[in-house]
Design a binder for this molecule. Structure first.
Ligand code: 8YV
Length: 332
């Protein structure tokens, strides 16, 4: 009997075809977000799952699905998966690093620029046909990006790619804070200088968050941190909801503690804190940092390579390209 796998979200049919060579596949062409109960029911008897950040894969779900052998996440972040619980049960977890770095850095930079230059607010004004009623000379004046100070919190692959864009493309002074400092070579290549968190908050004109979510990074940016930023500063979050205290951010944006925020991720998404929805100085997008055709195709292809190899098929059988808990491979 062929193994069965579940693909929780819609993907490119020509790429997904490769799954059908090896497995019986239950997929989700209408891209519905399944409830936890529905996910649990659909996972019964499946050996592998192609998941995204929208599904919580925890110990209770694993215990309800004892046949599951591989959780292959379409995304570099995997905070939706309890990796320790997977490892303890011999379930391999994989992710999609590298293939999305440059696209996500492009998006972080774009969101920061659009926030700084108030592009979404301006578009809303044009669409409301208000331009015909009033002049705009002093409206929608934002802060400069070129020559300003870019602050980056979290300096992994995406953080470094954003730093390069700022330093090389826009003549920005780039400062960063990270759990561990980069090597001198990596700092030189990124054009970024290490500072402590307080200095980062105080000096950044544009602060971009690119750190992974974990219980330790929960609410890394809250009321106290926002109060240390410049009133003219912008905050861009392309990392994960939960890193920012969205209620505190809504208060800070309303009070003018900081100038504006560009947010691609939210606590409890797809629901968004009601305080953020109506704020003109909050630019809100639906978690599309990696959403270019080329990158999403590469992410899907890498996830499928992982799934095929993890379940013992294909040219890399037993050696999936990007395991998160490779120790499971030697336990088997
Ligand atoms: C994905 C992401 O859109 O890679 C990540 O961690 O957040 C995004 O690239 C998300 O994981 C959905 O697949």
């Amino acid at each position: 009997m062929r193994p069965s796998v579940l693909a929780t979200r819609a993907t490119f049919p020509d790429i997904a075809d490769r799954l059908h060579l090896y497995f019986d596949v239950e997929d989700n062409p209408s891209d519905t977000i399944w409830s936890p109960a529905e996910l649990r029911q659909r996972l019964q008897g499946k050996q592998g799952v192609m998941s995204t950040g929208s599904e919580r894969i925890d110990a209770a779900l694993l215990d309800a699905c004892p046949q599951l052998k591989a959780v292959c996440n379409v995304g570099v972040g995997y905070n939706n998966v309890d990796v320790a619980a997977c490892t303890a049960r011999g379930v391999l977890v994989t992710n999609t690093p590298d293939v999305l770095t440059e696209t996500t850095a492009d998006y972080g930079f774009a969101l920061m620029m659009a926030t700084a230059r108030r592009i979404a607010e301006s578009q809303d004004f044009v669409r409301r046909k208000e331009w015909t009623k009033t002049g705009i000379f002093d409206m929608f004046v934002g802060g400069d990006v070129h020559g300003s100070t870019l602050g980056i919190l979290g300096m992994g692959r995406i953080g470094r790619a954003i730093a390069r864009r700022g330093a090389l493309g826009f003549g920005m002074k780039v400062i960063y804070h990270n759990r561990s400092r980069l090597s001198a070579d990596a700092e030189a290549e990124s054009g970024a200088r290490y500072v402590d968190k307080a200095t980062l908050l105080k000096e950044a004109d544009h602060l971009i968050l690119v750190l992974p979510y974990s219980p330790e990074s929960h609410h890394t940016i809250g009321a106290a941190e926002l109060a240390q930023m410049k009133p003219s500063a912008t905050l861009t979050n392309i990392a994960r909801g939960g890193i920012v205290d969205d209620a505190a951010l809504a208060d800070a944006l309303r009070a003018g503690t900081i100038a504006a925020a560009g947010l691609d991720v939210f606590e409890g998404e797809p629901s968004i804190h009601p305080g953020l929805i109506g704020l003109p100085n909050a630019l809100l997008t639906p978690h599309i940092g990696s959403a270019s055709v080329q990158t999403r195709r590469a992410m899907a292809a890498l996830t499928i390579d992982n799934l095929i190899a993890a379940l013992g098929f294909g040219p890399r059988s037993g050696q999936p390209p990007t395991p998160v808990n490779p120790q499971v491979l030697t336990q088997q």
